[in-house]
Design a protein around this ligand. Structure first.
Ligand SMILES: [Zn+2]
Length: 56
């Protein structure tokens, strides 16, 4: 294992991690909270999309 190869791996992993931590709806850092509807049902609410103006 060459030192340069491991350096590339770290960069690739960092890139992959950055891509995974992007919301597929608004393209920002995902921020999801679980909220209860008035009916008492649990629902996932994306704060990141709300901040981006996608979801109300
Ligand atoms: Zn989002």
């Amino acid at each position: 294992m060459a030192k340069t190869a491991s350096k590339t791996n770290v960069q690739n992993r960092a890139l992959l991690k950055a891509q995974q931590s992007i919301c597929r709806f608004c393209g920002q850092k995902p921020e999801v909270v679980r909220v209860l509807t008035p009916a008492g049902k649990a629902q996932m609410f994306r704060k990141c999309c709300a901040a981006a103006g996608i979801a109300a």
